[in-house]
Design a protein. Structure first.
Length: 94
């Protein structure tokens, strides 16, 4: 299977457009810390993760904001976006 980046871009844009059409231009950060499963364990369903660490949504957002402002966004920033997207989908569904 191949993941079509153009499709993902369109889907995310469509969801954000719908949120904005509903008057949702920003959302409160009413949770901050979250459990993170390290990458080496995340995609191994045959072993229970033996280590968890903490991520922080505020840091994720600030990292993205600064990277955008300085023109230094890289594909690794998708990890920051993923955490924020999960928060949005679970805490602020529409």
């Amino acid at each position: 299977m191949q993941i079509d980046l153009t499709l993902l871009e369109k889907v995310v844009t469509e969801i954000f457009t719908e949120m904005k059409n509903r008057g949702i231009d920003s959302v409160p950060l009413d949770a901050d810390y979250y459990w993170n499963i390290p990458s080496e364990a995340l995609y191994d369903p045959y072993q229970d993760p033996n280590q968890l660490d903490l991520g922080q949504l505020q840091d994720d957002y600030e990292t993205l904001r600064l990277a955008h402002a300085t023109g230094s966004l890289v594909s690794y920033n998708l990890k920051n976006i993923a955490a924020i997207m999960r928060f949005l989908s679970e805490k602020h569904p529409f």
